[in-house]
Write a protein that binds this ligand. Sequence first.
Ligand code: ITT
Length: 196
Amino acid sequence: PKLVIATHNAGKLREIRDLLAPFGIECVGAAELNLPEPEEIGNTFVDNAELKAREAADLSGLPALADDSGLSVDALHGNPGIFSARWAEDEAGNRDFTRAMERVWQEVEAAGPDAGHDAHFVCALSLAWPDGSIESFEGKVHGTLVWPPRGDKGFGYDPMFIAAGMDQTFAEIEPADKHAISHRAEAFRKLIDALA
Ligand code: ITT
């Protein structure tokens, strides 16, 4: 079976390939198929994952899996949340996560010490079929933000996030250790359970 991974984010694609590796499913990335990046106009992670998966399945005629994810910070009332990628973009649309992490930390500091440093990552996965059916699954991991960022593994906001019970950031630990506890891994467990 062939599955379209409806993402243009290389870090996500790498993790999704890792998480699907045990199942022997042939995966093809959206960029390899020259699929466009749909505008993410939804108000929730699930809405955005569904619109990306639906479009990729319709355009390719293949089942498509999309991931919409982000970092929700308690002190920032859940921001950047579904805007996590946008917080990294400049006017030209280029992404710089050093900048995005700086903005998050500045706003956390501005919220004052009582607001705390708690945050969580969310991942919504949607699996869309060419016949129109669609299923979605959500995973979460709670943790704490730290400054300065640490580590060069992972992607996005990983260097400033320490999962509950750990003392290293998601960018300092091995991918396999992130996959044991991450928001994405939890969403995948739910997806696999539903398909089994
Ligand atoms: P696609 O829509 O093409 O999949 P994207 O990067 O635009 O790629 P999102 O809209 O879902 O995807 O943006 C989510 C952002 O949240 C992403 O760019 C990361 O910076 C961040 N993010 C998501 N999961 C993460 C993780 O496991 N570790 C660190 N940052 C993560």
